[in-house]
Ligand binder design. Structure first.
Ligand SMILES: C[S@@+](CC[C@H](N)C(=O)[O-])C[C@H]1O[C@@H](n2cnc3c(N)ncnc32)[C@H](O)[C@@H]1O
Length: 205
C-alpha cells in the first residue's frame, strides 16, 4: 500500500484520505459553527491537523482509553482517533465537548470516516469519571484547571498530553503549588513558541 509522511508518521493512503475528508468537512461547517478561528481556516492543515498529529506521536504505546477534553472541532482528539485507526486500533476514544453543535460535527466526521469514537456532549465536570489512561486537550484551560479535569478522568498511572502556548512555564509553576507530577516538554513542530507537555504521576500536594 502507498504511504506518505504526515506529522512524523508514515501514514497509509487510506488514512490520508480520511484526514482530507475531515478537512473538507471542517471547511464546510466552519462558517456556520466556528469550530476553529476563521483566520486559521486557510492554514488548517498545518495549524490543526499537523498540530494534532504530533500529539499522537507522543502518546505511549498500548493506550486503552484515550479521552480528549473540550474537543471543539476535534483537535487533537479526532485527528488522533483517525491515526489510531491505522496505528493503534485497540485504543478507544472518547471526546467530551459541551457545545451540542460541535458535538454533532464530531459525530458526523466520525461517521463519514468510519471511526468508532464516543462523543459526550456534556460538561467535563459533569461526566462520570472516564477512567482514561491518556487525556489530551488543546486550548481548553490553564494548566491548574486542566489538572482538576484530569484528576477526575485519569486512571492512576496514566498520562496527559497538553498543547500549550508561551505561558506554559508560568502555568507549570502555578500548578506546582497544588500538584505534583513528572513532566516532559516537547517543542511544537507547528509553532516555535509552543510545546506539548507530557505529564505523569499526577497527584495533589
Ligand atoms: C477554545 S476551544 C478549543 C477546541 C479544540 N480543542 C481546539 O483546540 O481546536 C474550547 C472548547 O472546549 C469546550 N469546553 C469548554 N469548557 C468545557 C467544559 N467544561 N466541558 C466540556 N467542553 C468544554 C468549548 O465548547 C470549546 O469547544
Amino acid at each position: 500500500m502507498r504511504s506518505e509522511e504526515f506529522g512524523g508518521l508514515n501514514v497509509s493512503r487510506e488514512t490520508l484520505e480520511r484526514l482530507e475528508t475531515y478537512h473538507e468537512l471542517l471547511k464546510k461547517w466552519n462558517p456556520v459553527i466556528n469550530l476553529v478561528a476563521k483566520s486559521t481556516i486557510d492554514s488548517a492543515w498545518e495549524r490543526h491537523f499537523l498540530d494534532s498529529a504530533q500529539v499522537f506521536s507522543l502518546a505511549p504505546q498500548g493506550v486503552r482509553k484515550w479521552c480528549d477534553l473540550g474537543s471543539g472541532g476535534g483537535f487533537p482528539g479526532l485527528v488522533c482517533a483517525t491515526l489510531a485507526a491505522e496505528f493503534s486500533p485497540e485504543t478507544e476514544f472518547t471526546l467530551v465537548e459541551s457545545d451540542q453543535r460541535k458535538a454533532t460535527f464530531l459525530r458526523t466526521v466520525a461517521r463519514e470516516l468510519g471511526l468508532k469514537v464516543t462523543v459526550l456532549s456534556k460538561r467535563i465536570e459533569q461526566v462520570e469519571p472516564l477512567g482514561a489512561d491518556l487525556i489530551s486537550a488543546r486550548a481548553l484551560a490553564a494548566l491548574p484547571k486542566l489538572l482538576e479535569f484530569t484528576e477526575r478522568h485519569l486512571e492512576p498511572g496514566g498520562y496527559a498530553l497538553f498543547q500549550k502556548g508561551e505561558s506554559f512555564r508560568k502555568e507549570l509553576s502555578e500548578s506546582l503549588e497544588s500538584w505534583r507530577f513528572s513532566h516532559e516538554e516537547y517543542p511544537s513542530i507547528t509553532d516555535a513558541s509552543s510545546v506539548i507537555l507530557r505529564l505523569g504521576d499526577i497527584e495533589r500536594v
